[in-house]
Every structure is written in C-alpha cells, then in structure tokens.
Design a binder for this molecule. Structure first.
Ligand SMILES: [Zn+2]
Length: 239
C-alpha cells in the first residue's frame, strides 16, 4: 500500500528546493574525514546555500505523535515524531518549534523553522534522521560521543537508524510537484527528484521546465545518483 501522507521535511519553502549538503549525508565518509564522527542523519540545506534557508518551514515527514520537544544548548530546537510503525523521525537545529509534546500531526504539518543551532554557529540547515522502531535514544543523542571507533559507531548507527532518504522513498514521500499538487494544492516551489535546477521551478522537468521569468540563467546538472535526462529549457520572455 502506498503511503499518501509522507513528505520530505523541507519542501514548501520560499526557496526553490533543498538538497543534502555536500559531505553531510547518512554515514558520509567525508563527514567522518572532516570531523572524526559519523553522521546518522542527512543535513538538508536550500540550494541557495548557507543561511538562505534560515526560518524556512520544516514539516512532519509523516503522520504521528510528537514524542520529543526540547531545546539543547548546542543543537538548538529538537522535535521528534513517532510514526505508526514505531519509527521516529527527528528534526534538529530548529530556530522555532510549532508543535507540542504529545500532539498528533499529519505528514506535511509545520513542526518548526530551520535554525543555526543554539549557539548560532552553524550554517542554517535541517538535520533529519529516523530512528528504528523500538529505539529509545534521547532526542539529543549523538552516536559519536562515546563510540570513538568508526566501525563500531557505523554499526551502531545502522542498527538503530534508518537511512533517512531510503525511509522517505519507501514511504513514497512526496517531493514531486504533481504529487504535492494532488495532495496539498499550491504553492509549488519544490525540488524535483534528482535534478538540480536553479531558479524558480514551477513545473516538472520531464514535461518541460518553466522558470520564473526573472531568472537569468538555468543550469541543469547531474547529482551523484542518476544521469540527467535531456531537458530543453524554453526561452522565457522578461517582463
Ligand atoms: Zn547533521
């Protein structure tokens, strides 16, 4: 059965779309090389980069109950939501929190706004993770703090956390424009599967790309997962 209530946690934003920050994927080797810590999450940042997504909405990845709301002196705002299958999605570094402990939420509901951590020393981004059913680690738990060995730490993370992108994909999380429109209506400023496009994307690329007429350049490139299909960008009149 296809889940119809799952959404990527950062979609309906003033910026065009979000992507995983380079080196900040799930158990990313580059993250370990730089910080000697494993990363059990994906860090989502607007493609416009750095702090341009500060304050952007963070939405529940699926329906569930809010099981943690806290402020950590380093992490900043934290929300966790437990879903029907027992898995728990987590949202870190929030500047503002818009849900209460125990509240029932639907996928796509606003849970908070993107922040920079409590000390405001990070580039604004969303740290998003999913703990497996039955895992009861504290909401501000960081798996590298006591497991110094990389192999042991990665094994621990794989045992206790889902790969967030695979979890979203398995749920049919909405990130495509027509899916969002069908479920939620406009607005439609979102990222599209594996294509990275600058400008204000307002239509699916495989049915033609339309960008905001004020956009001067449109650049399409391949991310690490899939080849980019051939896309022709129509010339746009400037008004
Ligand atoms: Zn992170």
């Amino acid at each position: 059965m296809t889940n119809t209530s799952a959404f990527w946690p950062t979609l309906d934003t003033p910026t065009t779309r979000y992507t995983v920050q380079p080196g900040c994927g799930f158990l990313d080797a580059a993250y370990y090389a730089a910080r000697h810590a494993v990363h059990p999450a994906i860090d989502l940042n607007a493609v416009t980069g750095s702090d341009t997504d500060l304050g952007d909405p963070v939405e529940a990845a699926d329906s569930g109950r809010v099981v943690a709301v806290m402020w950590d002196s380093y992490i900043g705002g934290i929300v966790e939501i437990r879903h029907e299958d027992g898995s728990t999605s987590g949202y870190w570094h929030l500047r503002d929190i818009h849900v209460k402990l125990g509240e029932e939420v639907k996928g796509g509901d606003l849970v908070g706004q993107i922040g920079k951590g409590a000390k405001l020393d990070m580039a604004a981004h969303l740290h998003f993770y999913v703990k497996k059913a039955g895992v009861n680690l504290p909401a501000n738990y960081w798996p590298s703090t006591h497991l110094k060995n990389r192999t042991a730490c990665e094994a621990f993370v794989r045992e206790n956390y889902h790969h967030p992108e695979e979890w979203l994909k398995a749920r049919g999380a909405k990130r495509r424009i027509e899916d969002l429109q069908a479920v939620r209506g406009s607005p439609i400023r979102v990222l599209i599967n594996d294509l990275e496009i600058t400008g204000q994307l307002v239509q699916r690329p495989d049915s033609g790309v339309t960008v905001d007429a004020r956009t001067e350049t449109v650049r399409v490139y391949v991310n690490s997962r899939e080849p980019v299909p051939s896309i022709s960008i129509p010339a746009l009149p400037l008004n």
